[in-house]
Design a protein around this ligand. Structure first.
Ligand SMILES: NC(=O)c1ccc[n+]([C@@H]2O[C@H](COP(=O)([O-])OP(=O)(O)OC[C@H]3O[C@@H](n4cnc5c(N)ncnc54)[C@H](O)[C@@H]3O)[C@@H](O)[C@H]2O)c1
Length: 259
C-alpha cells in the first residue's frame, strides 16, 4: 500500500523526544521523510534516541529545559540555524507529577507540573509561532491527554495541566486564523509506558503490580495503547493530509472517553 502521509523535506522539532512517546514519534516522522530536531532535558537519553534514527533525518539533539524561556528560545534558534525552517512542532514534553489525592498534594508539586506541562507548552508555542507565521506555513501538535477531557483521581495537577493544553491549543488555532499555520493536540489514553506504570503504581501501592489486563478493563478496545499509535496521529496532523484540521483535540485512547 502507498504511504500517503509523507513528510519529505519537512523539518520536525520535537520536545520530550527522549521519552516513550517522543522516541516513537521521531522514529515515525523520520521514517516518513522528515528531518528531526530533538529536544529533551535528559541529555544521555536524548543522544540514545537520536542515535537510532536514519542518516536521512540529519538529526540534531538539543538539551533544554522547556520551562526556561532562554532555553526555549535557544532550541528554536538551534533548529533554525541547523535546518533554516520549522514545519512541524511536536510540543510534547510533560511529567505526571506526584500521584496523590488533592488533600495531600503539596503546592510545590502542583506548581512543578503546571510549570512543565503548561508553561513549557506555552513557551514552545510562543517561540515557534513567529517562525511559522513568517513562513506562512506550519503545523503545531501539542500533547494533551484524556486527562484533559475527564477527571482523573490522584493526579490533580496533571489533569489541570492537560485541560489547559487543550484550551491553549484552541486559542492558538484561533489566533493563527488563515495564516497557513494549524494547531492541534493529541489526547493519548492509557499508553503502555513508564508514565502509565508510575500512575498505576502510585494509585495501587504494594508488592504486586496491577496486570495490564486489569488496567485495560474500562477501555472498549480492551488493551493499552502503543506509543507508535500516538505517533501515527501526530504524523497525520503534521502532514498536508490534515490541511483542513485545526483547533482539534484528537483522542488516541481505544475508545476510553467514549465509554
Ligand atoms: N504515557 C501515557 O500513557 C500518556 C498518556 C497521555 C498523555 N501523555 C503525555 O505524553 C507526553 C509524553 O509522555 P511519555 O509517556 O513519553 O513520558 P516520558 O516520561 O517517557 O517522556 C517525557 C519526556 O519529557 C522529558 N521532560 C520532562 N520534563 C522536561 C523539561 N522540563 N524539559 C525538557 N524535557 C522534559 C523527559 O526527560 C522525558 O524524556 C507527556 O506530555 C505526557 O503527559 C502520556
Amino acid at each position: 500500500m502507498t504511504d500517503r502521509i509523507r513528510l519529505d523535506g519537512k523539518v520536525a522539532l520535537v520536545t520530550g523526544a527522549a521519552g516513550v512517546i517522543g522516541r516513537a514519534t521521531i522514529t515515525l516522522l523520520a521514517a516518513r521523510g522528515a528531518r528531526i530536531v530533538a529536544v529533551d532535558c535528559n541529555a544521555n537519553a536524548l543522544q540514545q534516541a537520536i542515535a537510532a534514527l536514519p542518516a536521512s533525518a540529519q538529526a540534531l539533539a538539543q538539551t533544554a529545559d522547556v520551562t526556561q524561556e532562554d532555553q526555549v528560545a535557544g532550541y528554536v534558534r538551534g533548529a533554525l540555524d541547523h535546518c533554516g525552517r520549522i514545519d512541524v512542532f511536536y510540543n510534547n514534553a510533560g511529567i505526571e507529577g506526584d500521584i496523590t489525592p488533592i488533600v495531600s498534594t503539596s503546592l510545590d508539586a502542583f506548581r512543578r507540573v503546571l510549570d512543565v506541562n503548561v508553561v513549557g507548552v506555552f513557551l514552545g508555542m510562543k517561540h515557534v509561532l513567529p517562525v511559522m507565521l513568517q513562513q506562512r506555513a506550519g503545523s503545531i501538535i501539542n500533547t494533551a491527554s484524556i486527562a484533559g477531557l475527564i477527571g482523573s483521581n490522584d493526579i490533580v495537577a496533571y489533569t489541570a495541566s492537560k485541560h489547559a493544553v487543550i484550551g491553549m491549543t484552541k486559542t492558538a488555532a484561533l489566533e493563527c486564523g488563515d495564516s497557513g499555520v494549524r494547531v492541534n493536540c493529541v489526547c493519548p489514553g492509557l499508553i503502555d509506558s513508564r508514565m502509565l506504570s508510575a500512575i498505576v503504581e502510585g494509585r495501587n501501592p504494594g508488592p504486586t503490580p496491577v496486570p495490564n489486563e486489569r488496567v485495560a478493563e474500562r477501555i472498549p478496545l480492551r488493551r493499552l495503547g502503543r506509543a507508535d499509535e500516538v505517533a501515527s496521529i501526530v504524523a497525520f496532523l503534521a502532514s498536508d493530509d490534515a490541511s483542513y484540521v485545526s483547533g482539534s483535540a484528537y483522542t488516541v485512547d481505544g475508545g476510553r472517553v467514549a465509554s
